[in-house]
Every structure is written in C-alpha cells, then in structure tokens.
Design a protein around this ligand. Structure first.
Ligand SMILES: NC(=O)c1ccc[n+]([C@@H]2O[C@H](COP(=O)([O-])OP(=O)(O)OC[C@H]3O[C@@H](n4cnc5c(N)ncnc54)[C@H](O)[C@@H]3O)[C@@H](O)[C@H]2O)c1
Length: 245
C-alpha cells in the first residue's frame, strides 16, 4: 500500500482497542487515513500514539439505538469511506454446553452488530462514491472446528451477510468483503495458545505459524483500496493454508 493512499479518507474501525484493531489503526493511520475508533472499551488512548487526527467513541455494538446515534454522529462529523467490522466475541465449548445467553451474545456481537453498523453507515458510504466494508470473519466460519458452534455459526453467517450486502450495494459503488484469519498472534490469543497446545496447532498449519496482526491489517487494506474496486463478496482466507486440506 503506497504512503498517503488513504489521505482524505475516513476509516471507521470497530473493536479498535483489541489486538487486530490496534494493528489496523497503525496501518491505516500510516497510510494517511483519518480514523474513527469504536469499541465497547474506552479506546481514546490509541489516538495519542498515531500520526494524523483521529477520534474515538465508546459503543456497544449489541445496542441498535446506540449504533444509530454513534454512526450518524461519526458520519456527520467525518463522513465514512471505509467501515471495518472487526469487533468480535468468542465463546468456546461443546455445542451442548452453551447457555442461551452465550449463544445470543455471540450472534449479537459477531453477526447482528456488523449488519446494524453497515446499515447505519450506508448513507455515508453511498456519499463517499467508493464506499468499502470489510468484515473480519474467521477460519471458524469456513470449516468445522471443535467447540466453535456459536462462534463458527456467527462467522459463517457474517461471510454470507458479506455476499448479500455485496450484491445489494454494488449499485452504490460500495464493495463488501470479508477477511477470515487463522489464529492471530494478539496478546490474548498468545495466552490461549501458549505451550504445547500452541505448538501442535502451529504444526497443523501448512506454513507452520499463526498469523500476525499486521498481516490481517494488510489484507483489509487491500480489500478497502481503490485497486480492489472489482473485488466484492469475497472472503479472503488468511490462514497459512489451514483450511485448504
Ligand atoms: N485473534 C484471533 O486469533 C482471531 C482469529 C480469527 C478471527 N478473529 C476475529 O478478529 C476480530 C478481532 O479480534 P482480536 O483478536 O483483535 O480480539 P480482541 O478481543 O483483542 O479485540 C476485540 C475487540 O472487540 C471489542 N468488543 C467486544 N465486544 C464488543 C461490543 N459489544 N461492542 C464494541 N466492541 C466490542 C473488544 O472490547 C475488543 O477491543 C474479531 O472479530 C475476532 O473474532 C480473531
């Protein structure tokens, strides 16, 4: 991605306080974008360390009214050229052990949230003339992973939502794509995949390692770039070959 590629563009990133969100913030700010950070956690601190001028909003993307209010405030103030639906939540366990609340929470954050965010951002993405949505899904939405029933269902749903929005909104010049990572070496994932468990999982990936957060940011940046205007409804699997066999 060339320096200044995103100059004059506003990129809204949900889950900006997390491991992948922070890497995206660095990558897009480095390419000249103005960023609107959204997270259920306070993420104002991210703005301090980045070049350029950015703003942060605290928002729970499982709250439809709050989404409407926050996205219209962001759109009215900064416009929205790129929406990255990155906020996510994962509950892992055997399919017969989830509570109804855990199932609902997973679907609300990982699937309903991106739909509501995309719908709220639509007027601003239309006004952009070349709007872009990138949904961060997962390899768990592509293949069956043990103990990932709720998370996998939410991410599979997100991949299909990506395709439907792509065909409905192509007429507005908007592209909608997904990125599906394998395990990403965020601080939290490294705790969960430490030791022998992590080594075994790495060996099952043809390239022999997990993904880095900056590699997920690069994939998103390609899909939201001007050069990717012909790519829509795609799910870019960033998994070192894990799901191809
Ligand atoms: N890390 C991985 O191994 C991995 C692999 C595949 C896909 N993903 C996906 O990548 C995305 C980012 O994950 P991450 O690894 O950076 O995780 P993370 O937990 O570090 O970050 C997720 C962020 O989302 C925010 N969030 C959670 N619920 C929210 C809500 N209701 N409203 C607003 N914000 C909320 C959290 O506060 C957090 O900052 C997620 O969608 C995740 O499912 C991650």
């Amino acid at each position: 991605m060339s320096e200044g590629e995103y100059t004059g563009k506003t990129v809204l990133i949900t889950g900006a306080a997390g491991g992948i969100g922070t890497a995206m913030a660095k990558a897009y700010a480095g390419a000249g974008a103005s960023l609107a950070f959204v997270d259920i956690a306070d993420c104002t601190g991210i703005c301090d360390d980045l070049p350029g001028s950015h703003s942060a909003w605290q928002l729970d993307i499982s709250d439809p009214d709050a989404i409407e209010a926050t996205v219209s405030e962001i759109g009215g103030r900064m416009g929205i050229d790129v929406l990255i639906n990155n906020a996510g939540f994962g509950v892992v366990g055997a399919a017969d052990t989830f509570s109804v609340e855990e199932w609902d929470r997973t679907l609300k954050i990982n699937l309903r949230g991106p739909w509501l965010m995309s719908r709220a951002a639509l007027p601003y993405l239309k006004a952009s003339g070349s709007g872009r949505i990138v949904n961060i899904a997962s390899q768990a939405g592509v293949i069956a992973l043990l103990e990932h029933a709720a998370y996998g269902a939410s991410k599979a749903g997100l991949i299909n939502l990506t395709k439907v929005l792509a065909i409905e909104w192509a007429k507005y010049g908007i592209t909608v794509n997904a990125v599906s990572p394998t395990v990403v070496e965020t601080p939290m994932a490294l705790v969960g995949w430490a030791g022998e468990k992590g080594e075994k999982a790495r060996q099952e990936i043809p390239v022999g390692r997990f993904a880095r957060p900056d590699e997920i940011a690069s994939a998103a940046m390609y899909l939201s770039s001007a050069q990717a205007g012909i790519v829509t409804g795609e799910n870019l699997v960033v998994d070192g070959g894990f799901t191809i066999r």
